[in-house]
Structures are given as structure tokens and as C-alpha cells.
Design a protein around this ligand. Structure first.
Ligand code: MN3
Length: 235
């Protein structure tokens, strides 16, 4: 049984589960800025549709799918470790909810520039320079065929790497080609850019650098790398 194999991370819910039931690990956060805040790089209409329709749809459908399957999650990152055992409805909508929540947080108005501090140094050390990093990230985002995401991730050993995933998958998932924790993600589904950029995905990727919230990305990097320093090795 799929449910039994997931017992480590999910709880079988009582049959009295109603549509009013709250799932504490899941919440639909408000957007941290106005729809037009990322203009001219990301237009207000795209932001509004993306957040209120696409992301909201993933969230609502995730709650529905979890209820239909009597699954409750204690946290999406844990659930992603079992992605290969999940139904397509849970996989796609859990990914969609998690990925968009991350995406909104790593963008901000009056942002962009370069990462400072340890993350800035690590990007230079890993990729050669910030510009080379941007080129490699752009390539990952451009060559992701169809819908998906490009990512900057931290591997278990604390190293940085760039990767991309299809659809609403992400590098936390056990099905990912290369696994790690994403600290920066770019949505390259057409719904993320088509109104303003049409088929010019490259123009959208170039514009993205103007709205990257590097302090937030750095914060995510630091918390992961401090964690791996402190945490004892798992046997
Ligand atoms: Mn999207």
C-alpha cells in the first residue's frame, strides 16, 4: 500500500476529514509585494494571474488531492523524498505550491545586483565569476524543454550547483536528476512570461536578474550551510 510506505512522513487521517479541515503544514502565503512591484521586468497582469490563478490552483488542488488520498503532510520537503511513490496529483500540486512559494520570496522590488558575503564568494569560487554563473543559469533555464524550472541549489556537502527540472518537479524530489535544496528558482513555464515576452524566454531570464532578492537567497544559503556544519553525520 502506498499509504503504508509513506507512514514515516504522513498520518492516516480519520474518516471525519471534512473540507473545513486545516492542514497545518500547508498555507497559502500572501504575496510579499504588490502585483505591479516587479515592473517593468515582470508585468502586473502576469503577476496577478500567476499568483491568484496558477499558484492558488496548485495549492487548492494539493489540499484536494491530500484529502482524497487521506494524506496529511508534516512538511513538503520531507514529502518530496517520497515523490516516486506519490500520485501525479500530489506530486504536481505539491511541487507547484512549494516552487511558487520559493519563487515569490526570492524576488523583490528594487532588488537585483550581486550576492554579497559568503554566498557571493561561493558563487565566484564555484562558477568562476558572477557573470559565468548567470550564463550557466540562463543556459539551464533556456534548455529546459517545455515547462519547468531552473535552480541554484545547495548539495548535501554544502556545494552549489545549477540544475533544471520538468513541470513542477524540483531538486528535493527523489526523482530529480541531481538532488539538493533549491535556494533560487526561476519559473520557465510560458504562463510566467508569455504576456510580456511571448516566445522570448531569454529576455525574461535576463530581466529576472533585476528582481532577484539576493539577501533572501543568501539567508537560505547560510541557514543550510550552518545546519550542515552543526548537524552530526547521519549513519
Ligand atoms: Mn508558475
Amino acid at each position: 500500500m502506498k499509504v503504508l510506505s509513506l507512514l514515516a512522513i504522513v498520518t492516516l487521517l480519520s474518516s471525519s476529514f471534512s473540507s473545513e479541515t486545516k492542514i497545518p503544514a500547508l498555507q497559502f502565503d500572501s504575496l510579499p509585494y504588490a502585483f505591479n512591484a516587479l515592473e517593468p521586468y515582470i508585468d502586473a497582469k502576469t503577476m496577478e494571474i500567476h499568483y491568484t490563478k496558477h499558484h492558488r490552483g496548485y495549492f487548492d488542488n494539493l489540499v484536494k488531492a491530500l484529502m482524497a488520498e487521506s494524506l496529511s503532510v508534516s512538511g513538503l520537503p520531507k514529502l518530496f523524498g517520497y515523490t516516486s511513490k506519490l500520485s501525479p496529483a500530489v506530486r504536481n500540486n505539491a511541487g507547484g505550491h512549494f516552487n511558487h512559494t520559493l519563487f515569490w520570496s526570492i524576488m523583490a522590488p528594487k532588488a537585483g545586483g550581486k550576492p554579497e558575503g559568503t554566498l557571493g564568494e561561493r558563487i565566484t569560487a564555484t562558477f568562476g565569476s558572477f557573470d559565468t554563473f548567470k550564463e550557466q543559469f540562463k543556459k539551464a533555464a533556456l534548455t529546459r524543454f517545455g515547462s519547468g524550472w531552473a535552480w541554484l541549489c545547495v548539495a548535501d556537502d554544502g556545494s552549489l550547483f545549477i540544475t533544471s527540472t520538468a513541470n513542477q518537479d524540483n531538486p528535493l524530489m527523489d526523482v530529480a536528476e541531481k538532488r539538493g535544496t533549491p535556494i533560487l528558482g526561476l519559473d520557465v513555464w510560458e504562463h510566467a512570461y508569455y504576456l510580456k515576452y511571448q516566445n522570448q524566454r531569454g529576455g525574461y531570464i535576463d530581466a529576472f536578474w533585476n528582481v532577484v532578492n539576493w539577501p533572501e537567497v543568501s539567508k537560505r544559503f547560510t541557514s543550510l550551510t550552518n545546519q550542515s556544519k552543526k548537524a552530526p553525520e547521519k549513519k
